[in-house]
Write a new protein. Structure first.
Length: 208
């Protein structure tokens, strides 16, 4: 197994991000009780270990590096939108509603939502998207309010709100081997390789 084309390593169904320059490299996963460390070539990353089904750990710096690595406004816009869609069904429903209600002005909304994602993280955005759908509050300014308001019920400043149109509400190669219970908090190491890169993987994992 190697760092995938989207810059993540999958362990036990959970995606863990890596720097975009590590894409395609074989590497080693170190599994601890509460964290995961990944090394691929000269690149490494450490994450909190994920337990709940569907949860992922995408570090903000890796997300920012991927956006910076692509060339052209259209490509960056596509990647920002994809990062938001990766948050799950609530994000998909919210962005679908957004593009229907603001067909001419949704691009700045997506850019602002991506900035909020970088600042507040995945879980907070999921909660905000769900609330926005429930309240039919569609627009980046609403999501920003949910995330940044110091107390519930703080009035919204909608002076510069973009125009919206009415819309009906839309529905919403390799193998990893892991051994649990490392002694004295030590990690269990899992090395993944592709057949053509076995020698490289042994060097990465520190084995001869």
């Amino acid at each position: 197994m190697s760092v995938g084309p989207t810059g993540v390593v999958i362990h036990d169904t959970h995606p863990y991000s890596m720097p975009p320059d590590a894409i395609g490299l074989p590497g080693t996963l170190y599994l601890y009780r509460d964290r995961v460390r990944i090394v691929a070539g000269r690149f490494g990353a450490e994450h909190l270990r994920q337990w709940r089904p569907g949860d992922s750990s995408i570090l903000p710096e890796h997300r920012a590096e991927r956006v910076a690595a692509v060339s052209g406004k259209r490509a960056r816009r596509y990647l920002q939108r994809q990062h938001l869609l990766d948050l799950g069904p609530a994000a998909l429903a919210y962005l679908t509603e957004l593009t229907h209600r603001r067909p001419k002005t949704w691009v700045p909304d997506v850019e602002r939502l991506h900035t909020l994602l970088q600042t507040h993280g995945d879980a907070a955005l999921r909660v905000a998207f769900t609330r926005g759908l429930d309240e039919q509050a569609i627009g980046a300014e609403y999501i920003a309010h949910y995330l940044e308001a110091s107390a519930p019920g703080l009035p919204l400043d909608l002076t510069d709100r973009p125009p919206t149109i009415a819309a009906t509400r839309l529905p919403r190669a390799g193998r990893v081997q892991v051994a649990e219970g490392a002694r004295r908090g030590g990690a269990q190491r899992s090395t993944w390789t592709r057949p053509s890169t076995a020698a490289s993987s042994r060097r990465v994992g520190g084995r001869s």
